[in-house]
Design a protein around this ligand. Structure first.
Ligand code: ATP
Ligand code: MG
Length: 424
């Protein structure tokens, strides 16, 4: 036998029944986006590598060590998208959707990062992202956060998630603060781990993001960006907090929340679960007023977030919050080719007239094995079509989940009978 091939590590197959949970989640997201007047965009999975180098930043984990790049047959450097924001801005600029316009977009799809696979961290993973352009006002930042809170409420997740917010201020305020931080960490350089030492001059703010608990005390005592914000950013941050309070959304200010990406300024936020181990962040975002200009457009304020679908589904499963969906109502079995044709016709009628979920047993197995499969399918009813009954234009109906004698119905009665059963 030929050897079996396996999927690439960190790349998951999404199979039944969990694909039902995915479909449920995606449908909910679509409805939710419409409620908030966000419009869907579907963007390529491949972009020029340069887009992410310029858009995400060379000192980020994503570009430094996680991006999947390759030279295509023309020698162009391409990358599988590691995130959605840069591509969204690229597309909006390319199609002239940003200049003097207000836009609200959302997308859903796979992202790719070469990370160490573990629970809640994969190499192909799915994000749902929302991005809004042209609005500098803090009410937009608030809208995005309120929208996520409302989604968690719908899913039953709100009690299991904590909202953390912070402000990264303006580019200038951050540049000054960066110097303060370098001076502070230089004084304690021996205490830093290798990763943080490497970040000291390249991107010292990322040290604050370190997951190494040995650095926690040192990071706690570091100067805080919040104490060095420019006046406008401070007013913006205060306004955001005011709106969140008015909307009754609890939050904690985490002065060490800096986010991994270069393009953020002012508002950053994360929704974090305590029940997913180290992979606790299920949704993260913030304001990126500088990105559009950085990618060649006119300066355009922007704010957005992305949520990790796998992590959210893990949490929903853990809290038993996933609905049971797509059950089979009726399973059709038959004892001969002629009866099978009849079964197919009745199945079509039940689907189109009553919207029932109907499965036909398209095998030539004996009735006993077909009955077993009917039972295993979880269907509520079985209908048996036999050559004998064809002559009298009848069929037999059996309730599979309650003790009731099998009944014989005429073919003409089939829709009427099930309409009555399902109208109760
Ligand atoms: P982390 O700190 O967990 O690496 P991140 O800051 O790299 O997250 P973002 O780039 O902000 O993540 O992506 C937004 C969300 O996408 C994350 O909060 C998370 O839910 C999800 N996510 C990111 N990377 C992965 C991954 N490798 N596998 C699964 N989900 C991921
Ligand atoms: Mg990451």
């Amino acid at each position: 036998m030929a050897t079996l091939l396996q999927a690439i590590r960190g790349f998951n197959d999404i199979l039944p029944p969990s694909s039902q949970a995915w479909a449920f989640f995606e449908q909910l997201i679509r409805q939710h986006a419409e409620l908030y007047a966000y419009q869907e965009v579907r963007l390529p999975l491949l972009e020029k590598t340069e887009l992410f180098v310029r858009g995400v930043g060379t000192t980020t984990d994503i570009v430094e060590k996680e991006i999947y790049t390759f030279l295509d047959r023309n020698g162009d450097s391409l990358a599988l998208r590691p995130e959605g924001t840069a591509g969204c801005v690229r597309a909006a600029l390319e199609h002239g959707l940003l200049h003097n316009q207000l836009q609200r977009f959302w997308y859903m799809g796979p992202m790719f990062r070469h990370e160490r696979p573990q629970a809640g961290r994969y190499r192909q993973f799915y994000q749902v992202g929302f991005e809004a352009f042209g609005m500098a006002d803090p009410s937009l930042d608030a809208e995005l956060i309120v929208m996520t809170a409302s989604l968690w409420r719908k899913l039953g997740l709100l009690p299991h998630l904590t909202l953390q917010i912070n402000s990264l201020g303006s580019l200038e305020a951050r540049a000054q603060y960066r110097q303060l931080l370098i001076v502070y960490f230089e004084q304690h350089v021996a205490l830093l781990d290798a990763e943080s030492q490497a970040r000291l001059y390249k991107n010292p703010l990322r040290i604050l993001d370190s997951k190494n608990i040995k650095l926690a005390a040192l990071i706690q005592a570091a100067p805080k960006l919040l104490d060095h914000l420019d006046a406008e950013s401070l007013a913006h941050f205060n306004a955001l907090q005011g709106i969140l309070n008015a909307a009754g959304i609890a939050f904690v200010i985490n002065p060490c929340l800096v986010r991994g990406l270069d393009y953020y300024g002012r508002t950053v936020f994360e929704w974090v679960s305590a029940d997913l181990g180290a992979q606790g962040t299920v949704c993260a975002g913030g304001r990126y007023d500088g990105l559009v200009e950085q990618l060649g457009g006119k300066a355009t304020p922007a704010c957005g977030f992305a949520m990790g679908v796998e992590r959210l589904l893990l949490l929903l499963a853990q809290k038993a919050l996933l609905p049971v969906v797509a059950k089979i109502d009726i399973y059709l079995i038959s004892d001969s080719p002629q009866a099978k044709v009849q079964a197919l016709l009745v199945a079509e009628q039940l689907r189109s007239e009553l919207q029932l979920n109907v499965q036909c047993d398209c095998t030539t197995a004996n009735l006993k094995s077909q009955f077993k499969r009917a039972d295993k399918s979880g269907a509520t009813w079985a209908i048996i079509f036999s050559v004998g009954e064809l002559k009298t234009a009848t069929m037999s109906v059996k309730a599979l989940r309650k003790e009731e004698p099998q009944q014989q119905l005429t073919l003409a009665d089939s829709v009427g009978f099930f309409r009555q059963q399902y109208s109760r």
